[in-house]
Structure formats: C-alpha cells, structure tokens
Design a protein around this ligand. Structure first.
Ligand SMILES: Nc1ncnc2c1ncn2[C@@H]1O[C@H](COP(=O)(O)OP(=O)(O)O)[C@@H](O)[C@H]1O
Ligand SMILES: [Mg+2]
Length: 400
C-alpha cells in the first residue's frame, strides 16, 4: 500500500488542500479591478482562523492574471510605529516590483541619481526609492506620493493596468497621537490622494474585525473608500466540500455521512477547525483501519486536543473575575452571535447573586478586547473574537 500523507493543514496561512466557498468574496474583490478610476478599495475582516490569509493568497494569481501588479506582505507592529516606518514598508514592497524594470534616463534625471550613481543599474532599487522619499520636499504624505507616482510611471511602461497593495494583519496599524505619529492616516491619505489624481493603485487590507472601525476612526472617508467584506464561517455544503474534496481519491479513508456531519458540527464551519479536526480524524481512521477496526470520529479525543492546543493558552491569561464574566456570556442564547452589556448584566443577576454593574461589565469587556477575546462591532455590540470560544468556556467553567 502506498504511503498515505495526511492532506489536511491546520495552521495560520497554510494553503488548504481545497479552498471551499469564497467565490462571492473573491468576485467582490476582483470586480474592483474593473473601475475606470479607482475610488473603491477593499477591506477583508473576520475572526482568527476564518481564512483571510489564504483568501488573500488565492487572489494574488487572479490579480496578476488580469495584468495588475501585486505587492504586499504582513503589517507587523513595527511597520505601524511611525510614518517613516510605514513609508519604508511601502518602499520596500514596491522596490520588489520596480527593481526589475529599466527606467528611462529622463526618469533617472528626475529622480536625481543619474549623475551621482553612474555605475548603478538603470532600475528603481530600494535605495533609489528611498532616495526619492528623502529628497522630495514636504511632509511624509508628499514624499510617499512622489515615490508611488514615480514607481507607477516606470511600471506602467510595461503595460500593467495598475498596482494592488495587499496588506494582511492590518489591524496592527494605528495612529499614535501622543507621539504625533499617524502612520495609519498617512496610508489612507496617500491612497485617497493618489486615487483622486487618477492613479490605478488599489488598497486591499485584511485583518481582525477591529480593523474596519479603526480605519473609520482614523479617517471618516474610509467608510466610502472601502468595500467591507466580512468573512464568515463556511456554509454546510461548503464545509462538506472542505472535508470531502481532499480525500475524494483516497480509497482508505472513507467518511460516512454521519462522520461528516459530526465534523461539521464540531467545527461550526470554521475553516481552521475543519482542517484541525479533519487532520485528527484522518490519522485516527488510518490507525483503526490498520488494526482492522471500524472507524468513527473520536469526538472526545479531538475536543480535548482542541481545548489544549487552541483554547487553553488564551484561557490561562484570564483572571478569576474575567472567567466569571466569560461564563455568564457563554450562557447567553446569543453567545455565538452578538451580545450587549445589558444582556450580560441581566443574565448574571439571573444566574447568581454575585452580579456585575453595567460599568464594571463594560470595563471588563474593554480589557478582554485588548486581550483579543472579545471585540466590539460597529453597532456597539460585543462578540467573541475567537470562534467556538463559548463552547470551550462551558466545558471548562460550568456554572453550577
Ligand atoms: N475556504 C477554506 N476552505 C478550506 N480551508 C480553509 C479555507 N480558508 C481557510 N482554510 C484553512 O483554515 C486555516 C486558517 O486559515 P487562515 O487563512 O490562516 O485564517 P486567518 O488568516 O483568517 O486567521 C488554514 O489551515 C487554512 O488552510
Ligand atoms: Mg491570517
């Protein structure tokens, strides 16, 4: 029998064996490439593990097929420390594209490196772009715009339609008023201004659900500047595809309809959990089949492993009082959707004598947001920031 490798791939940014669903979301992004003048950009948000990174990755070939240049990486926190840092980030990413195109001597003279760098290649390297940035007079906004305009001038010669700037983990972006550094606003202003001038540059951001409110808070025009795409869990039929497609040619591991149903129920349709659970199921099936036994989904084992691998680390960082509050939330009927401070306060009163005042609950929710366990949506309601957290809490911290 040939060696069977487990096809499932749980893990941040790991390409799944089969990308289920997401057709509409992909379409909504790709439509933006048809704009005569770019006025709309896209922001993809969703909980951790819902598939933002792999969706972004899957768009790259589609974008380059349409003859647009794709530029981008993850935005780590250091990119967001200062205006110069975000500018450096953009120059670095742009230079990957520009350093392969030869620029005209006119451009070279405009840029100002014709005389001083005679031995240099005729391309816009990182040093060249950084040089433009440094030499352009004015504010970081003027400098960054000059770099991108000039880069586009060079890149457009090769017949491209435009440039997509794709940035993942964009919730890391922030302005820092105390330090008078506004990297997030700089990014938004730069693109808005370049797009007004008719430059075909498109901003595609992905991140946690806090991202979109953050953009709007920094610049109210973000509301109109971005098409907001919220990634949800997969539907039942998409989940089924995510589970079955990767093993459709595999004669050894055959899942019954019942087993598939169990995986869908356990995973809640969340892509990360589908990959995680299917990897376990696959291994368990192979082991049992080796022993000639009948195989079924080892629910208890999988739940225990998921609790240890995924939830326990986050739970360990909470205080006793926070755990009390979280367990109250986990008892709400709307725990997997949205909940309000009012609902929490009422439920706490119903469950025990030790209640929470509204202001105390609000304060604790703010702390839990910083810890990445809950978040507040645009309508001021709260949601768990980690999928399936309510189920874990109920297993871990049952209310007597
Ligand atoms: N549409 C999908 N179909 C199947 N698996 C997916 C899908 N989207 C994501 N995954 C899997 O889910 C996991 C998390 O995906 P990732 O893109 O890292 O999530 P996020 O960036 O939202 O945290 C990965 O193991 C990935 O392979
Ligand atoms: Mg990601």
């Amino acid at each position: 029998m040939p060696e069977l490798t487990n096809p499932f791939r749980p893990g941040a940014g790991h390409q799944p064996p089969y990308l289920a669903g997401r057709r509409e979301e992909r379409q909504r992004v790709l439509q933006l490439l048809q704009q005569q003048t770019v006025i709309e950009n896209a922001v993809i948000t969703g909980l951790r593990g819902v598939g933002k990174t792999v969706l972004l990755d899957s768009l790259k070939p589609a974008v380059t097929d349409r003859n647009w240049i794709w530029i981008g990486t993850d935005l780590n926190e250091s990119a967001s420390i200062s205006e110069d840092n975000i500018a450096t980030r953009l120059c670095t990413d742009l230079s990957i594209a520009t350093s392969t195109v030869v620029v005209s001597s006119v451009t070279r003279r405009t840029v100002g490196f014709a005389a001083e760098e005679t031995g240099e290649p005729n391309t816009l390297t990182y040093a060249g772009l950084q040089g433009i940035y440094d030499r352009t007079p004015g504010l970081p906004l003027d400098k960054l715009k000059a770099v991108i305009e000039l880069s586009w001038g060079a890149l457009s010669m090769a017949g491209h339609h435009g440039i997509v700037f794709a940035y993942d983990e964009a919730q890391n972006l922030a302005d820092h008023a105390q330090k008078e550094q506004y990297p997030l606003s700089l990014l938004l202003d730069t693109f808005q201004s370049l797009q007004k001038k008719g430059l075909p540059v498109l901003l595609l951001l992905a991140g946690l659900p806090t991202l979109f409110p953050k953009l709007v808070q920094a610049r109210t025009f973000s509301e109109r500047m971005f098409r907001s795409i919220f990634l949800n869990r997969l539907s039942e039929s998409e989940s089924r595809e995510a589970i079955l497609k990767p093993i459709e040619d595999n004669d050894s591991v055959r899942l019954s309809a019942e087993s598939v149903g169990t995986v869908i129920r356990l995973s809640g349709g969340y892509p990360y959990f589908i990959q995680f659970i299917c990897r376990e199921v696959y291994d368990a099936f192979i082991r049992r089949l080796d022993k000639g036994e009948q195989a079924s989904v080892p629910v208890a084992d999988i739940e225990r492993k998921l609790d240890n691998d995924f939830f326990a680390g986050r739970w360990a960082k909470t205080t006793d009082r926070q755990r009390d509050l979280l367990s109250v939330i986990a008892q709400l009927a709307s725990r997997d959707e949205e909940f309000t401070v009012q609902e929490i306060v009422e439920k706490a009163r119903e469950l025990s004598s030790k209640g929470f005042s509204s202001s105390h609950a609000s304060q604790m929710l703010a702390a839990l947001s910083t810890q990445g366990l809950v978040f507040k949506n645009r309508h001021g309601r709260y949601l768990f920031a980690v999928p399936l957290l309510a189920g874990y809490i109920r297993r871990q911290h049952p209310i007597a």
